[in-house]
Design a protein around this ligand. Sequence first.
Ligand code: TMP
Ligand code: ZN
Length: 412
Amino acid sequence: MKIDQMKIKECRACNNPIEEFMTFGQMPIANDFMKEKKDNEYFFEMAPAFCNKCFTFQLVEQPEADMMFHEDYAFFSRQSKFMQIHFKEYANWVLSNYSQGDNDFIVELGSNDGIMLENFANKGIKHLGVEPSQNVAMVAQEHGVNTEVSFFGYQTSKQIIENYGNASAILAANVMCHIPDLNDIAKGAYNLLNEKGVLIFEDPYLGDMLEKVSYDQIYDEHVYIFSAISVQNIFGSHGFELINLMPQTTHGGSMRYVFAKKGQRDIQPIVNEIIENEISNGFDKESTYIKFKENCELSKKRFRDILIKAKDSNKTVAGYGATSKSTTILNYCNVGPELIDFISDTTPIKQNTLTPGKHIPVLSYEYFKENIPDVIILFAWNHANEIIQKEKDEIDKNVEWITHLPFFELKL
Ligand code: TMP
Ligand code: ZN
């Protein structure tokens, strides 16, 4: 790729010059559902880049944090039963693999409403949530989860050591990929952890995104889509070593990464297996991302063709789940109310709003049940099993279920 000398941009992680390899075009804020159309709706250019030095997939331009996370941003993890089970398992896995007994002190970054930490709190284990949003932090405190309203970084790590001592484990889930300055996080984490301490986080996995062409994982909040080789490079340059990996089915395919201080713990065989797999699949090569771009373009054409054909046949079409991810799909594919009649969502604050950018009405699940369309687009495809299970006996067998994903088979 030729780098335009006038427009050199730097990798957020390692400062190497990088260049966007594609653009998804003008994108609104993924969660900016609105009661009525705005005159000044905010858009940014959503263009991913790949760093050929640290191999990190990232967004070059990202809206300011206060555009995305504000007092109206009410994302409460606790609302999902499935995620409650997931976090209970996550907590038990941490304890059975990385407990330091009486020395346990578990810190979670972006602890939200305490959905994970309450599993430690209930066992009387010393813990601390570090959460920047006050509204969710208050819910955590109501559930007995010790929480401080703050961003995490090197400065915060010093205060935590002063007030509580060193941590045995630092955890995060769907948080790390939101944070632009990972170097400050890595420095803070290294400082806060004791000698045998571990840093464990999980986020949507690049391997799943490339394989499924699930480009809808990319939206304003997700500044990175990680692979093992990229996080190894970023955190490795701060004294950490990748010691374990665990693929996850959550969020359409995620990866759990475990780091320890160099030389302090054994490296599990799966680390090399996954890294070799990433290298043999070219995660370190620009050509892989050019292929991804082409796959996105094919996916866009396929999705538009399906919708245009449905409309030409006078079929009614509705979306299932007004997800953050659907904002990327609808805006990239230029799909609005002319092709999709409405989107059903169970979240009260999203109901009777318009989707960001394309302004498709979001209506209640009750409305959907009374107005079952001919074609249902499953935007919450990462919950496909759960949803199909729930709906299959109730919805007429002739209703067509689809997703925008070209290589994803819906098992009806
Ligand atoms: P998210 O993927 O951005 O977290 O959003 C998921 C959205 O999908 C959320 O608004 C709730 C909605 N949803 C439904 O409406 N019905 C469902 O069965 C599920 C699982 C999600
Ligand atoms: Zn880099």
